[in-house]
Design a protein around this ligand. Structure first.
Ligand SMILES: [Zn+2]
Length: 610
């Protein structure tokens, strides 16, 4: 067994399974409207990371890392409006992560599956990928779910064994392992995970060529990688930045500085205005893949946030604005390729990873005070992003009925596929369907890995508590240590903040709301609010108070193109509640109920405690 699959292996598998026409999205990556308000609002004071000494990890403590550590936290049931709740998305992702795997002892991960087979199948893969380990541990942290922990257990054993054999820390695909180790060091308060992450970085540093203020990987001719091949270092930067942010490691900071400088100024991935340049080869010539470039820009946004570097923040803002201009930010539909496509497919599809890039960048730019991009995040997450996660797999069996019965081969798995793939994120979605094409793969491992990262990123950042003040940036259901948010949107224009701590509160008003139409109460007593930018200043509240904000919400009809198809959308607030023409297979926006009275549901809540 080996770590992940090489790019060549991926291409081989996908070509064999799907023909050459659809080889495109994530597997190629393995080597790897302006916002309504531009008012700047610095919402975050990012402290300098604490510099810690280097405690030694004993052999026993290292061996104990193979044991899954469940997060501590408070769990309870609550009645909440039946609106978007990313906590539920996180639980679905755990289903996909742990069940799109080989049920034998290897727990090897499946990257692709097909409904264009009867029965539907997933394709066995030879290996593990740390992208899954990282995503799964983030989802466990958010939910406290212990569903199928034997899978994490096996993955831990495997990766730690590889680490001890010094097979990890020598390629860019190890970057997700490094992120995973850094996250674990924080969530499990483990110095051993911290040492693992730092040792992996140290190994990486040794294979890079270091110049005065940048570093790079060389190709087989000993030359600096540029263009498409250089985008792999975007992943590396994410891992290294993650370690710096969490541990304060000075060696991680130095390497992050050098990698960021390389990616911005020397790697020829972007022009001076942040436009994407890195193309990979294809049958039709150089093809401009969104996520290959977008992931690198996302890495630079994470670096800018971790270091509060204004030069990089300015650059990321240019890159984000460019990327936004080539997609459809109204719903968060961003094309798998920009202008130069690798084949003659008749449709423009959206890869979850591209939308994830935009969610991450928009959030980071807002936190950096480069602009107020929260409505972008809101539109992307409420629409294309959450729709691209499979909520039910019954449609797969319906599609499969159109195909002749075919025996399941030894290198395939045809057992309960339609249940096991639930929670996966789409690799080739249209604006109205999980699949842009009937034969699009039903799972895309890279997209599920990145989708999970975005769920975590949004939930970790939508509320911010700093210096005695709670800022509510997004009006989504969520439970936190400081307050629980109940969002009625889009049933009605109401949000309840159930306070758990005494503090000042400010609530961001979405751009579709007129500030003068907002009313607010605390425990049903009217409360005057002042506006700072789009933030309503509620003032001081006590633990146990309920802050309620009301505003009008209405429907509007929008005729527009998404990709290369014309649609008629009905939009309520930022939520698309109907799309015409509708999808064929796993149709998006089955949301007619949002036009009725608010529905309530009893939901599990879990608030992790670090
Ligand atoms: Zn993807």
């Amino acid at each position: 067994m080996k770590i992940g699959l090489s790019r060549r292996d991926f291409l081989k598998i996908v070509t064999a399974v799907f023909g050459t026409g659809i080889v495109s999205a994530c597997e190629r990556l393995l080597p790897a409207q302006t916002p309504m308000s531009t008012s700047t609002k610095t919402t975050t004071k990012i402290p300098s990371p604490t510099i810690t000494s280097q405690p030694k990890c004993s052999a026993d403590a290292f061996n104990a890392l193979t044991q899954v550590v469940m997060p501590k936290g408070e769990r309870y049931l609550a009645d909440v409006p039946d609106t978007l709740d990313l906590f539920e998305n996180a639980k679905l992702a755990i289903n996909a992560f742990t069940r799109c795997t080989n049920p034998d002892d290897s727990c090897e991960t499946y990257f692709y599956g097909s409904a264009a087979r009867n029965p539907p199948v997933m394709f066995k893969a030879d290996g593990l990928n740390a992208k899954f380990s990282e995503g799964l541990s983030l989802m466990r942290y958010l939910t406290g779910s212990s569903f199928n922990t034997q899978v994490d257990q096996r993955w831990r054993e495997y990766f730690l064994e590889m680490f001890q054999k010094e097979s990890i820390g020598l390629t860019f695909t190890d970057a997700r392992f490094i992120c995973w180790a850094a996250n674990n060091s924080q969530q499990e308060k483990s110095v051993c995970w911290q040492e693992v992450a730092e040792e992996a970085i140290s190994r990486l540093s040794r294979i890079l060529t270091h110049e005065r203020d940048y570093c790079y990987l060389t190709n087989s001719n000993g030359e600096m990688n540029t263009g498409w091949e250089a985008t792999q270092e975007g992943w590396t930067l994410q891992g290294v930045t993650s370690v710096y942010s969490i541990t304060g490691s000075l060696s991680a900071r130095k390497l992050a500085d050098e990698l960021a400088r390389y990616l911005k100024d020397h790697a020829q991935i972007f022009d001076a205005n942040g436009r994407f340049l890195a193309r990979h080869e294809s049958e039709k010539g150089p093809a401009l893949h969104f996520h290959g470039n977008g992931n690198t820009m996302t890495a630079l946004s994470e670096y800018a946030l971790a270091t509060h570097d204004q030069e990089f923040a300015d650059f990321v803002q240019k890159g984000y604005e460019y990327a936004r201009s080539v997609g459809w930010p109204l719903v968060g539909f961003f094309p798998e390729y920009i202008e130069d496509w690798p084949d003659d497919r008749p449709y423009i599809d959206c890869e979850t990873c591209a939308t994830v890039d935009m969610v991450m960048m928009a959030t980071n730019l807002s936190k950096l005070g480069k602009g107020d991009y929260w409505d972008d995040v809101d539109r992307y997450v409420r629409n294309q992003f959450t729709e691209m996660q499979m909520k039910n797999g019954d449609w797969i069996n319906e599609v499969a009925k159109d195909y002749l019965n075919t025996p399941v081969r030894p290198d395939e798995d045809g057992d309960q596929v339609s249940d096991r793939v639930v929670g996966s994120f789409a690799g080739w979605a249209s604006a109205n369907d999980y699949c842009a094409n009937k034969e699009s793969p039903i799972i895309s491992g890279c997209c599920t890995g990145n989708g999970a990262r975005a769920i975590f990123h949004v939930l970790e950042n939508m509320l911010e508590f700093d210096d005695g003040k709670l800022s509510v940036h997004l009006l989504l259901n969520h439970a936190s240590p400081w307050a629980d948010v109940n969002s009625y949107i889009p049933f009605s224009g109401q949000i309840d903040i159930l306070m758990k701590t005494a503090c000042n509160v400010e609530i961001r008003i979405p751009e579709w709301v007129k500030p003068e139409e907002v009313t607010c109460s605390v425990n049903n007593a009217p409360r005057e609010v002042n506006l700072q930018g789009r933030y309503a200043q509620i003032g001081s509240v006590e633990s146990g108070n309920v802050v309620t904000m009301n505003f009008p919400i209405s429907e509007r009809t929008v005729k527009t193109s998404l990709g290369n198809v014309s649609y008629t959308l009905i939009i309520k607030g930022n939520d698309v509640i109907s799309i015409d023409p509708p999808g064929h297979w796993h149709a998006f926006y089955q949301r007619e109920h949002y036009r009725e009275k608010v529905r309530w549901v009893k939901r599990e809540r879990f608030v992790p405690v670090l």
